[in-house]
Design a protein around this ligand. Sequence first.
Ligand SMILES: [Zn+2]
Length: 278
Amino acid sequence: MRRNVFAACATLAAGLGLAVGLGALSAEARDRASGQEFRLLELEGRTVRWTAPAEGLPATITYAFLTGPKDFPGARNCDSMLPPEAALDASRISSEAFREETRAAFALWEEAANVVFKEVPVADAGILIGADAKDRGRAFTNVALKAGSQRGVGSIRQSLICLNPNQPWKIGFDGNLDVYDLRFTMAHEIGHAIGLDHPSPQGQLMSFRYVEDGRTLTAGDVAGVHALYGRKGTRQPTPILPTDAASSAALSFPAEGDRAARERTFGLGEREARAGLR
Ligand SMILES: [Zn+2]
């Protein structure tokens, strides 16, 4: 089976690892052993998440589909975005169909964890969804951290999700791994947008390869989102995991100043060879 790489950037490849309870094993071994492999996104050496109103209450995370062009100066990717239609029209996918797929993608996470997603006007949204104004990769998520976040856990300020306008898109699986399914793509990117990183090349929805095995969260994805936001319907304090010391020591960001350190970009669809992974 051909496998496309879901995402890659150098910092990710070097990345960090939260090997939950199975730290001595390789990624593949962890996968086989537990099936619950996940990795929390870290910015400035901290795990990050959207802030909940109070401990134990669900985090309400807002989102919007861009309705016009919008620039995000300083974002490492998705810095110039267009409405999603710019990426959909050539594939003859309607705005409404894309919105339905995106809502289904949000629902996967919402059904699993103590989070609520709410569509709001663009000006009020925490997650902004659109097309990339530039022809690059397949899809990207840019995660930006609030300055002055509390020690230990960083608060996400804004996440941008952008789709390449010059790539074909589809709804549903057909075995053609050169054309990405929108629900799968959006579910993966939303995972980044709420604080998850790539745990492995393959095996979870949050793994970086594009595969057409299923469009649901895996055990690892669910364990990851529970670690950030808690289980659905519980009011227990959210069990953010402590940062693994060895992992954070291995983490290095490009020396691009504070702003770069507060933002993390994920790219979807870089070719494996070009990405230099594995
Ligand atoms: Zn990714």
